[in-house]
Design a protein around this ligand. Structure first.
Ligand code: ME8
Length: 657
């Protein structure tokens, strides 16, 4: 993909409706959305497709297990995917469902065309099938004679009449495709596996099933009602039926696709079957099939059946959608696996987003307000800051190359280098001293340099963090669109003049204690949701500022009830590196459950029978799905953490004052 292409077509895989969306799905969709937004920004006519994959044995079985018809079940889950993407402001141009009538007609037309071409024949299939992966395997591919090599589940033997696609016919053509188009498969390193697989010989592919019903029927001309199409044939064709293939061809101008994003688990289907189907249909090849890695938890692929999924909505609600987008795109190089951790996310928020980006905007607001009543002109920037401008323009120029090669993490790194130049320039030129020395023009040039840096960076960050950049735009008095992209990035122009507007902090800091709590929880919970906590924290900070000496009245202090509690039971919380689950007697006739992040400092056993000072009127909170009804007081320094305890035993529930 490049800014020179006129039409850009970007696709995600269509997601199976047997599962709820997790961050793996969100990852693919967010990358695609970022590419699509950037393609539009740079002036390309763009089509971005996503959707749901609704047929096949897996869905039929999942629906039956819930007492629903496959269609009812598909409607429900497909609706949830779509809702999630809408909540995430994903700018898809079409959300396709494989149960859409036009899709089914298009698939039947394609089947007919392949049949007429002589690429489809009828035979009998006998072999191993994994329902979970909807994939056929040869005996040699199985693990321990029965296990699916991809997901490990037990495969079943399928023995039935079947139509076959003559995949073997396309072996040489596929090898030629890979050879002549070294970036057909991205990252290029992944192409090797595919080339090896194809070179070792391709079997013809069974493309219909008779043992269940939930799929697209064969074209009526085949007069063979008992077959439904193999779900991967049906699913892969969505990329062209979505453009009107086999119907009105309305959007076929977008074919071939520029980038088809897939997870590495489904690269084989997209890099072998899909181009072979397209060759059979006499259609051109997509420019890139780009395979990203997996998001894992503790090194294992996230999946519902493993029970280790992270809900993208919870994360986005807790930390902010744009911070989540930034994190996903920045944290892991495209193609590699990444282990999801809230700590890493919060570090990115505090460091990259809060310190480097948010703080630079704050400094713009502060300096422009204090020195220039918020009115900024760029007239002397060239005169005083030619060197910085050249550096910035070179970095920004080069950054887009990374973007188009899907090295989005590197693209972001280049942008951050530009922010560093801005932050450093303030320290180097000390505008406060320039003002003191009466060098107002120089101070203005410096502030305007920073404003221009922020403006240029915003243009390139718009596709990554569209909502936060909108806030920056309103602060800088600019609009990011194709025109400003051309001026500020392509033509390397500067802003002439603008008026800065004060806005709230873009990324409020998440405090260390919250990071520790979240780190000890396996999934985000209400109590570890920093957005809410941050708001409270901000409130506390503002109240503290209003009270100049930062003092509290005695009444205010005693709004907190402190009591002596006796720890009656203690046990480790499984899967948490920090938490102990305690039952604490506060003299109330029942014990309270308190989750304390002290596992690194105390063994559960050593606590039983001891006392500690407890905050007794803390609003209950959930940690790792368990309620915590209080908090133990502790002090931590370089010698470790110690609980605060009474000097001599006290009755459980004794008030601390
Ligand atoms: O395979 N990390 O659908 P699907 C990163 N319907 N990405 C992940 C992931 C993880 N842990 N888990 C899933 C299908 N994904 C077929 C596709 S296309 C014609 C048919 C992402 O619901 C990744 O993109 O199992 C993966 O390829 C896609 O979700 C598969 O989703």
């Amino acid at each position: 993909m490049s800014q020179k292409d006129n039409t850009i077509y970007i696709t995600t895989p269509i997601y199976y409706v047997n599962d709820v969306a997790h961050i793996g799905h969100a990852y693919t969709t967010i990358i695609a959305d970022t590419l699509a937004r950037h393609a539009r920004l740079t002036g390309n006519k763009t089509f971005f497709l996503t959707g749901t994959d609704e047929h096949g044995q897996k869905i039929e079985t999942s629906a039956a297990a819930r007492g629903k018809t496959p269609k009812e079940y598909a409607d429900e889950v497909s609706g949830k995917f779509r809702q999630l993407w809408d909540d995430f402001d994903i700018t898809y141009d079409k959300f396709i469902r494989t149960t859409d009538e036009e899709h089914k007609t298009g698939v039947q037309k394609a089947f007919q065309k392949m049949f007429d071409k002589g690429d489809i024949y009828k035979g009998n299939y006998e072999g191993n099938y994994c329902v979970s992966c909807e994939t056929f395997y040869t005996d040699a591919q199985l693990l321990d004679n029965a296990g699916c090599p991809d997901c490990g589940k037990t495969t079943t033997i399928v023995k039935e009449e079947s139509y076959f696609f003559a995949l073997s016919k396309y072996e040489d053509k596929l090898l030629k495709l890979y050879e002549e188009n070294p970036s057909f498969i991205l990252p290029k390193a992944k192409a090797k596996e595919i080339v090896n697989f194809v070179s070792s010989g391709l079997n013809d592919l069974s493309i219909s099933r008779t043992s269940f019903d939930w799929g697209v029927k064969l074209p009526s001309s085949m007069n063979d009602d008992k077959h439904v199409m193999y779900v991967w044939l049906d699913a892969l064709l969505n990329y062209i039926t979505a453009l009107g293939y086999g119907n009105d061809d309305k959007n076929m101008e977008f074919w071939p696709a520029n980038i088809q994003l897939v997870g590495k688990d489904i690269l084989r289907f997209h890099a072998i079957f899909w181009p072979a189907f397209l060759m059979s249909l006499d259609l051109p090849m997509p420019k890139h099939i780009a395979a990203h890695g997996w998001w894992t938890r503790d090194g294992e692929k996230m999946s519902k059946s493993k029970g280790n999924v992270v809900d993208p909505k919870e994360i986005a609600d807790a930390y902010g959608l744009d911070a989540f987008r930034y994190f996903m795109l920045r944290e892991v190089p495209f193609g590699q696996d990444g282990d999801f951790s809230q700590r890493a996310l919060m570090d990115r928020i505090n460091s990259d987003l809060g310190n480097d980006l948010g703080n630079l905007l704050n400094r713009i607001i502060g300096m422009s307000g204090k020195y220039f009543d918020y009115k900024i002109t760029s007239k002397d920037v060239e005169k005083f800051h030619k060197k910085e401008l050249d550096e910035i323009n070179t970095l920004l120029d080069g950054s887009e190359e990374f973007f188009y090669n899907l090295q989005i993490n590197r693209f972001l790194e280049e942008i951050w280098k530009v922010l560093t130049i801005g932050n450093k320039a303030i320290g180097d030129y000390e505008p406060w001293n320039l003002m003191k020395d009466g060098k107002t023009d120089e101070a203005m040039a410096l502030v305007a340099l920073i404003v221009n840096i922020m403006a240029k960076v915003s243009v390139l960050l718009k596709s990554v963090m569209p909502h936060k950049v909108s806030e920056i735009e309103s602060s800088l008095g600019m609009i990011v669109n194709t025109e400003s992209y051309n001026k500020l990035i392509k033509e390397k122009e500067l802003f002439s003049e603008t008026t800065i507007t004060k806005i709230d902090a873009l990324f409020p800091r998440i405090e260390e204690e919250l990071i520790a709590i979240a780190e000890s929880t396996s999934t985000v919970t209400e109590s570890s949701a920093p957005k809410q906590i941050c708001k409270n924290e901000e409130k506390i900070k503002i109240e503290a500022l209003e009270d100049e000496a930062n003092l509290v009245t005695i009444d205010k202090f005693f709004e907190t009830t402190l009591k002596i509690g006796t720890i009656v039971e203690a046990e480790e919380v499984p899967k948490s590196s920090k938490l102990l689950r305690l039952q604490v007697d506060l003299g109330e006739g029942r014990n309270r459950q308190i989750l304390a992040g002290i596992k690194e400092y105390y063994s559960a056993e050593s606590l039983i029978g001891t006392q500690a000072c407890v905050v007794a009127n803390l609003k209950p909170a959930k940690l790792m799905g368990m309620e915590s009804e209080g908090m133990l007081l502790a002090a931590k320094d370089e010698n470790g953490l110690h609980l605060l305890r009474p000097e001599a035993p006290k009755k459980s529930g004794t008030k601390v004052s």
